[in-house]
Ligand binder design. Structure first.
Ligand code: F6R
Length: 606
């Protein structure tokens, strides 16, 4: 949700800002802009749409200066127009913002009454105007910005730049992440370390409420209460910030195809030498856990939903799974003996973070499963389990999903180990199956062409249904989400058994039904539901294994045959056809696979 960057440099800063924004574009791409101070003069350039439009503008209308801030926007308040694009400027102040200023209406009223006028529909403009007002009242730039920050409700990461000050930047964080980068006679600010990777790998993360006064030679961080804060500097691993397509046409394709190697590496982080599950960091003794509450959003929620089946079946552990945006306001009672588990690729999703904070003094322990170890969710957990997916750039989550599943299955096996619900041999067997998975996934990649052909037919549809039962139900949900978010085809998923309770009314020959059904313990039931679809003229795209295909027979519209795997690990394999189907459908339709409309990768607003 919006990427922000700031540089006090020793070279021309515009190209540096644009490159940093390119690395942040996954956070939003409705508009982009930069502001610089050149010979004391504050100026800016902004363009609607993707970053490339800003780059084009800068060719014709360059911006000089060695100090600057930049922004790539995911619109919240106000349409994606040039006027609403950041940086916002008021008098001598320019500001970029990620988050939402919740009391902006009150501030607007107050500023209007004081004679300040607005030229945008954004919440952010109030930040610039309020700071201008404080400067007009005689405060220094730093005091003016701090006084403004104290007045803001909501979530924000902010960077301020000032006319006449080419060696001053102010950064502040509350709710939205912000990293300070240390350079040689230079200083940087960015929404994450990825943005700053070409500049430095030495990073200090601001904590909640922190504000920093930055010059080329000094970094002063203060807490919300004004006390000087000493925040640790970390050296970031270079590979965790690498962002390239590796020869693929899209990041999403690269991320789908790298799953075998990524999973193989991820697995290694959780296995002991004797094929037992060993958690990194503090141990969780599941024999002392009575109940697991799992909370997440979107794809991460579907990973949790899959894990519910695992925890209940393998470890006989009662599990509640909820969507973070609902959980956080429902005020659910958290009973003694509950471990709360939060899953998030970015580790910054606002609703998931709020749900975590709700559980903090109620649950016995807060565990998170994250891809970004420095993220807010990781830092606020008692135990953060990394999924080791590497940077995921495609907005539609793929490898992070399978890596989340991987860690969650490890946790379920650990729970079974601790609770004695599986024998050590059965656990070793399951781990052996998991060890074999990367090879099987690799072999399954050759289904790509079959899935591309199926996707070509799917791309002509207006609506698509997905069906699954048991472990395949969450996978059907994930398949439908993937398809709708990148191909813009309306897709819904149902538990196969629910079909006849309503959705079957939708079936006709124009609505393909993707049935995800390996030949597992529930296959016969799913096949009956599939027959009900075909009996009503429905076209079934069946994703199954060889045994399933044989039973399903020749009347199925299209069949994709996957390798046979044990039921317990089938979600990790069947994620692949769900992803490839969506990918090829979107590619056939010519939509923007990596940056689908209206979406952003890191959802730091409610
Ligand atoms: C869909 C997708 C989203 C995210 C969701 C949660 O492909 O990526 O549904 O899964 O926004 O994001 P994280 O995992 O960062 O909390």
């Amino acid at each position: 949700m919006c990427g922000i960057v700031g540089v006090l440099g020793t070279h021309e800063v515009a190209p540096i800002l644009v490159e940093a924004l390119r690395r942040l574009e996954y956070r939003g791409y409705d508009s982009a802009g930069i502001a610089t101070v050149n010979n004391g003069h504050l100026d800016r350039r902004r363009a609607v749409g993707k970053l490339v439009n800003l780059s084009d503008l800068l060719v014709h209308d360059p911006l000089a200066g060695k100090s600057g801030i930049g922004h790539t926007r995911w619109a919240t308040h106000g349409a994606p127009t040039t006027d609403n694009a950041h940086p916002h400027k008021a008098g001598p102040v320019a500001v970029v913002h990620n988050g939402i200023i919740e009391n902006f209406r009150d501030l607007r009223t107050e500023l209007s009454a004081a004679g300040y006028s607005f030229v945008t529909e954004t919440d952010t403009e109030t930040v610039a105007l309020l700071t201008q007002k404080h400067i007009d009242e005689g405060l220094s730039h730093v005091d003016a910005a701090f006084k403004t920050i104290d007045r803001l409700d909501g979530a924000f990461a902010l960077v301020f730049l000032f006319d006449g000050q080419d060696d001053l930047m102010i950064a502040a964080r509350k709710g939205s992440p912000l990293a300070i980068g240390h350079g040689d006679g230079e200083v940087y600010v960015g929404s994450d370390a990825i943005a700053l990777a070409p500049l430095t790998n030495e990073i200090t993360y601001l904590e909640e409420g922190d504000r920093a006064v930055l010059t080329r030679s000094s970094i002063e961080i203060r807490t919300a209460k004004g006390a000087l804060a000493n925040r640790e500097m970390k050296t970031i691993q270079v590979e965790s910030t690498q962002v390239d397509k590796g020869g693929y046409k899209h990041f999403m394709a690269k991320e789908i195809f790298e799953q075998p190697s990524v999973l193989s590496n991820a697995l290694g982080h959780y296995l002991g030498e004797d094929d037992t599950v060993v958690l990194p960091g503090d141990n969780v003794d599941f024999s002392k856990v009575d109940r697991l509450t799992m909370v997440a959003c979107g794809t991460a929620y579907y990973a949790c939903f899959t894990a519910k089946y695992w925890f209940e079946k393998l470890a006989r552990l009662p599990v509640e799974v909820d969507i973070a945006s609902e959980f956080r306001y429902r005020e659910p009672p958290i009973v003694k003996g509950t471990t709360a588990l939060f899953v998030s690729q970015s580790g910054e999703t606002a609703d998931t973070l709020a749900a975590l904070r709700y559980c903090k003094d109620k649950a016995d322990r807060i565990v998170s499963v994250v891809n970004v170890p420095e993220s807010s969710i990781a830092r606020e957990s008692d135990l953060a389990l990394p999924i080791h997916a590497g940077v995921e750039v495609g907005v539609a989550s793929t490898k992070a999903f399978t890596c989340q599943l991987n860690v969650l299955l490890m946790l379920a096996l650990k729970a079974a180990q601790d609770r004695g619900t599986m024998t050590p041999d059965a656990i070793r067997d399951a781990i052996g199956q998991l060890r074999a998975l990367p090879g099987i996934l690799n072999a399954a990649m050759d289904r790509d062409r079959t899935l591309a052909a199926a996707a070509l037919k799917l791309s002509e549809s207006r609506d698509v249904l997905f069906l699954g039962r048991g472990l395949m139900y969450p996978l059907a949900l994930e398949g439908a989400l993937k398809l709708k978010e990148i191909s813009y085809i309306h897709a819904e998923a149902y538990a196969s058994g629910e079909l006849k309770h309503g959705p079957i009314a939708l079936i006709d020959k124009t609505v393909p039904v993707v049935v995800m059904a390996p030949k597992d313990s529930l296959f016969d039931k799913t096949v009956s539901n599939m027959q009900e679809v075909m009996a009503r003229g429905g076209k079934v795209l069946l994703i199954t294994d060889a045994a399933g295909a044989e039973i399903a027979g020749p009347d199925v519209w299209q069949t994709v045959i996957m390798p046979k795997v044990p039921e317990i690990i089938s979600p990790l394999l069947y994620a692949l056809p769900a992803q490839l189907l969506a990918y090829h459908t979107a590619a056939a339709k010519g939509t923007d696979v990596d940056q689908p409309r209206n979406l952003a990768k890191s959802v730091t607003v409610e």
